[in-house]
Design a binder for this molecule. Structure first.
Ligand code: ZN
Length: 257
């Protein structure tokens, strides 16, 4: 009897998130879970290893040992989110805003795009959400890679920026004592993805980042998604070669699949 190998399942459109540090992915955690569970290949590229993320409770000084610990935490988070192993670029925390690093990161991101073939990319806005210079640079480089089509063998269709709607942060909860720079007027929010069914895996992923947060801080962080944003992940569609939606989208793959 002849045994045929199973037909390869049709590949669903892939998603690539690009951020600066291990734990940055937390802001879109429920969204990543949602699309991974729906069978989409979901990838996270993290540019630095967070080697300077020293905390009083973490007990690890800045440097490679902390970077290695945070890479391990990021692997734990990706597993909890149900997405692919993180793509670790391993640049220096707070060392990416210099031309030689920027050139290398751009080249590496292009390789990743050509390799994992995302239909959609997600990153911060130019604000970097919290204003952190590494976050701003991650946004800048991911945007450049998306917008320069000639060097890409694979061309993603949509680029989204994380967007915390101003209306949800009138009284921002800790750790923000003021509106983070990344809040944007609601009129600019194009997209909301309901993550309510995916909050628990997202919470577990956040809990992997033990060097960064103590349990109470994790809960406060998590409340930014679960309570302040009502379990939704808000985004703005920055660039696309597809027709723009007329109303607010509920699905980042609208028009792609
Ligand atoms: Zn960060």
């Amino acid at each position: 009897m002849l045994v045929f190998p199973p037909l390869a399942a049709a590949q669903k459109p892939a998603i690539l998130a690009v951020f600066a540090h291990p734990d940055d992915e937390t802001t879109v955690g429920p969204l990543l879970v949602r699309y991974a569970k729906a069978g989409h290949p979901v990838y996270l590229a993290t540019i630095t290893s967070g080697q300077k993320g020293v905390t009083p409770h973490g007990g690890i000084p800045a440097g490679d040992e902390l970077g290695a610990a945070r890479e391990k935490e990021l692997r734990c988070a990706c597993q909890a989110l149900g997405i692919h192993e993180p793509l670790l670029l391993q640049f220096q925390d707070q060392g990416i805003s210099v031309p030689p690093a920027m050139d290398k990161i751009r080249a590496r991101l292009r390789e990743i795009v050509n390799e994992v073939k995302p239909a959609v990319m997600i990153t911060w806005g130019p604000d970097g959400l919290t204003g952190h210079p590494d976050h701003r640079m991650a946004s800048s480089l991911a945007t450049e890679v998306f917008q320069q089509r000639a060097p890409l063998a694979h061309r993603p269709r949509k680029l989204y920026y994380v967007a915390w709607p101003e209306s949800k942060f009138v009284n921002p909860p800790p750790p923000f004592d003021r509106r983070p720079p990344g809040t944007v007027a609601d009129v600019f929010v194009t997209t909301e993805v309901d993550g309510n069914a995916y909050l628990e895996p997202a919470r577990k992923a956040l809990q992997c980042h033990k060097t960064q947060y103590q349990p109470a801080q994790m809960e406060a962080m998590f409340d930014l998604t679960a309570k302040a944003q009502e379990g939704k992940v808000f985004l703005r569609l920055a660039l696309t070669d597809l027709r723009r939606p007329s109303g607010r989208e509920r699905d980042i793959l609208e028009g792609v699949q």
